[in-house]
Design a protein around this ligand. Sequence first.
Ligand code: URA
Ligand code: CA
Length: 433
Amino acid sequence: MRMVDLIEKKRDGKALLKDEIDFMIEGYTTGTVPDYQISALAMAIYFQGMNEEETALLTDAIVRSGETIDLSAIKGIKVDKHSTGGVGDTTTLVLAPLVASVGVPVAKMSGRGLGHTGGTIDKLEAIKGFSVEITNDTFIDLVNKNRVAVIGQTDNLTPADKKLYSLRDVTATVNSIPLIASSIMSKKIASGADAIVLDVKTGAGAFMKEFDETKKLAKAMVKIGNDLGKKTSAIISDMGQPLGYAIGNALEVKEAIDTLQGKGPDDLSELCLTLGSHMVVFAEKAKSLEEARGLLKQSLQSGKALSHFKLFIESQGGDSSVIDDVSKLPKAKYEMEVKSQKEGYVSNIIADKLGTAAMMLGAGRATKTSTIDLSVGLELRKKVGDYVKEGETIVVVHSNNQQIEDILLRIIDSYTIKKEKTSTPHLIYDVIT
Ligand code: URA
Ligand code: CA
């Protein structure tokens, strides 16, 4: 088989076969197929697309390029949740202990944040002592014992995706639905869960900004999951504005604690109940979404979810007393208030712009090697639909530096305030099963 023939085939809009896809992914992983030929192929896929079968075959080939995690030693149906990445997206911190508290085993492999979106591991590390550097055996033991554990991403998972994703980044081929869908799903499938609930974000803060494109991506991912034998569903949720009020690691831990106490922001709480209900049904702990939601709400009200968070923190070396005393979380030196220059209704908040402002404060990484400051971030006081008076605080900035005029300007620019009343935006746009 010759790579040049496969490039030509795809360039002319024909479908690639299983052995052809395997040849190219194996060759690329081991180095017998060079970057320039994969670049050309990625561009051909970008323009010609791939059918559903090809996309599933590609995903499967990427899964087989490296190690896969065997979770069979964990009792019960393991359900994973994956978000395509958002600003101030605190859901995993809430969902993991919440669904575990009603009996769903959560074996979560998580990553660190990059750019304007945060990572779950960074957030958890805002809790003193918390560590995700645990062995696979400890990970499995903890899930069997407490039904929840989080581990850092293994280096040998889907090596073909690592190479391909970096290559796409510099060849203008990231934005292709079959390539994105196979990239995300290969990582989920290699991490060993039995079922997958996807939170696919749409809007300014998401990497898919248009709803129609987001829906195509969600459908492609659900189809791949189901074709490869994993029950999969996708919730399309809003990332036009940030989720909840907090953006930044320690601030989001505090927000998660509030939410687990049943006093979290409405949007974050609702998204957690929606995603959580799908997870509970997949894990066969409830027969319907309504029944699942009831179980989750009860756990929030009774304090069961919060005590499960405590157990989870302690089992991974963290200081769980932060739950009763959030002043033990890392705290920034300065709090600065950004005030509205107008009176009216907030009609828009550009999530990625605020995400970048939080990153510039030090809450996120500009590059893979940047270090982050767990204490800094933004606390929104106003969200879309809220009424605001001139001079009223819209955002509280937590910073360790006082010279941040550019960041403050960026925050002001993220808000649009208009005379006309605007309604609160939709949170859940669609559910794909
Ligand atoms: N996230 C991924 O993991 N892969 C993509 O291709 C795009 C977003
Ligand atoms: Ca948040």
